[in-house]
Write a protein that binds this ligand. Structure first.
Ligand code: F6R
Length: 597
């Protein structure tokens, strides 16, 4: 999704600061980029394609000035062209605007502005023209910005630069915007505004999260006001991860780095929540919470975590269901006294946010299970359970899925009568077992053998069913190969028709209970159709006997076995995609944070 950066107080380094900020936002997914620099006259440079193209364009002209704004665009209205890239300007060239989100009434506004010349197909371009009209009527810059924003319907984070004005102006509604409060420098205090903290983390760890409807003016100070212009007191928070965490630390891809960060991420999730001696679980944020029913809302990988979480609750006799967030609002189920749990890594996924809001509107108690402390979902939920995985840059979710599964175990242990029994010791061993698996996985050899197959299937039951879905999602999104995950028992109800000797089947099966025996039966069904079988197993059952390859798992509690099996499948997906030379951290058509419905 689109990314925004703006800065003041960076003097001659303004353009470099904007470009490096945009580079840190690349992981969000984009298809064009641009910057604008202030002064008595604005200068704008933008280009379709990668940021490297913007740099080349910048190299061919001498641009200076401050303050500055920049943007990476992920096309929604109009294709990725130089013209459609942000920043967008008005007719005079005195107003430049960057915008994330969607302006729903842009056609109406465009018709109203029929005397203005539009140069792009975007919804965004109405904003600078609205500001231009206000300035022409004699309104001062800040009020002109407010008046233009008051005309917009839809979702937006908007940042604006006006010629001859030392300030940049910003506001948000349903799209994140955060301030970075830097140090005093010879050029003044460095201040930043961005869609995401990594854009300015190199310069400061002090942040202010804006709420919907708030406005900010950044010049030699920062002032946040509400929509009536009344000053709001905002607290400055400190982010607790360092800039290196957003670098690759020697790994070829962020995805591989993040897969290897899982032991640390899991330890962070457990820290202070699991009593080392007694084995009890205490999560302060969940004090006095005892749900009698649970509805999960989530998308993509987080939805797979939701399926797993619903199983955990049902195992405790608590009715629980996972809903795709994008479907939830189309036919909201009766909520009664259910707790509504939004699972979201970013905390900004538009579908999840609107499902959460729908539940809140109906009076439900809500809980966010998220990685992102200042995110909209976190702030709008009654309670929050942070998964503490650290920043995830690769578009494909990896460590955050593992941390979500672990956090869901903590949620169930802290809010139900579930016995800590064997689960808590297994959870405590999980980081170490994950490390051992990463050190000696065997997944690369399997990837080497099967990287050119036309299609792949993943099967599992119970806790391994969401893992099968996730294994397939991971493979398809980064390798562009056709991959499907199924509940193992469903295979014979249709998908088995697709299975032949060229379609590897990854069967996840742990333990030696009746469920494992049934999955082994499903392995026999695909084996009988000559499909190559890769068993992901702890060898407590007969799966290995019917498999062509085995990806080993340690013996552990079934809740934990799912997390470990997923690590194996992450590595398979990574190595297949790498063997095929795919752009693993930025797969085509995908974005890290999906802020449109
Ligand atoms: C897949 C992936 C997506 C996200 C989905 C929800 O690897 O990353 O499927 O899981 O877009 O995102 P969050 O968790 O941020 O709400």
């Amino acid at each position: 999704m689109c990314g925004i950066i703006g800065c003041v107080g960076r003097g001659e380094r303004t353009a470099d600061t904007l470009v490096s900020g945009l580079e840190t936002l690349e992981y969000r997914g984009y298809d064009s980029a641009g910057i604008a620099l202030g002064g008595s006259k604005l200068s704008v440079c933008k280009a379709a394609g990668e940021i490297a193209k913007l740099k080349t364009a910048l190299g061919s002209r001498s641009m200076s000035g401050e303050p500055g704004i920049g943007h990476t665009r992920w096309s929604t209205h109009g294709p990725p062209t130089d013209e459609n890239a942000h920043p967008h300007a008005d007719c005079t060239g005195d107003v430049a605007v960057v915008h994330n989100g969607i302006i729903e009434n842009y056609q109406e506004l465009r018709a109203e502005l029929d005397e203005h010349t539009f140069t792009s197909e975007t919804d965004t371009e109405v904003i600078p023209h609205l500001i231009e009209a206000e300035l022409a009527a004699g309104t001062d810059p800040e009020d002109a910005f407010r008046a233009a924003i008051a005309r917009l319907e839809g979702s937006y984070a908007v940042v604006c630069l006006i010629a001859g004005c030392d300030a940049i102006f910003g506001t948000r509604k349903d799209s994140p915007l955060v301030l970075g409060i830097g140090d005093d420098t010879p050029d003044g205090q460095a201040l930043f505004v961005a869609s995401d903290v990594p854009a300015f983390r190199e310069y400061t760890d002090r942040v202010v999260y804006l709420d919907d409807g708030e406005f900010v003016r950044l010049d030699d100070e920062w002032v946040v006001t509400d929509s009536d212009g009344v000053v709001r007191e905002k607290s400055v928070e400190t982010v607790d991860w360092d800039p290196e965490e957003t670098g690759k630390s020697g790994y070829e891809h962020f995805m591989l780095k993040e897969i290897h960060e899982q032991p640390r991420a899991l330890r962070q999730c457990l820290q202070g929540r699991v009593d080392e001696l007694g084995g009890s679980v205490t999560v302060d944020e969940l004090d006095n919470l005892a749900p009698t029913g649970v509805q999960f809302v989530a998308c993509g990988t987080s939805y797979h975590a939701a399926l797993y979480g619903a199983q955990l609750f049902r195992e405790q006799g608590i009715p629980a269901q996972a809903f795709l967030a994008s479907e939830y609002a189309t036919a909201v189920p009766p909520i009664g006294n259910d707790l509504v749990v939004a699972i979201t890594q970013s905390g900004e996924t538009a579908d999840t946010l609107s499902a959460l809001r729908e539940a809140s509107r109906r009076g439900a108690e809500t809980l966010a299970v998220t990685n992102t402390v200042g995110s909209t979902v976190a702030r709008e939920s009654d309670r929050k359970l942070f998964i503490r995985a650290g920043p995830e840059i690769g578009v494909a979710a990896t460590k955050t899925f593992a941390s979500q599964l672990l956090a869901l175990n903590l949620l169930v242990l802290a809010t139900t009568d579930a016995s800590a029994g064997e689960v808590v010791p297994a959870l405590r061993d999980l980081p170490g077992q994950t490390q051992a698996l990463l050190d000696d996985s065997g997944a690369e050899a399997v990837a080497e053998q099967f990287y050119d197959a036309p299609a792949y299937f993943f099967i599992g039951r119970r806790y391994q069913f969401p893992v099968a879905l996730e294994g397939a999602l991971k493979l398809k999104e980064i390798s562009y190969k056709h991959a499907e995950g199924f509940a193992a028992g469903e295979l014979k109800h249709g998908p088995l028709a697709l299975v032949d000797d060229r379609t590897p089947v990854f069967a996840v099966v742990t333990g030696d209970d009746e469920i494992a025996t049934k999955t082994v039966g499903n392995i026999k069904e695909v084996e009988a159709r000559d499909a190559p079988v890769v068993a992901v197993t702890d060898r407590q059952n007969d799966a290995a006997a019917y498999a062509d390859h085995v990806l080993e798992l340690p013996e552990t509690h079934p809740h934990v076995g799912a997390v470990l099996a997923n690590v194996q499948l992450q590595l398979v997906a990574y190595h297949i995609a790498n063997r095929l030379g795919r752009p693993i951290d930025k797969p085509r058509n995908l974005a890290k944070s999906v802020t449109v419905e």
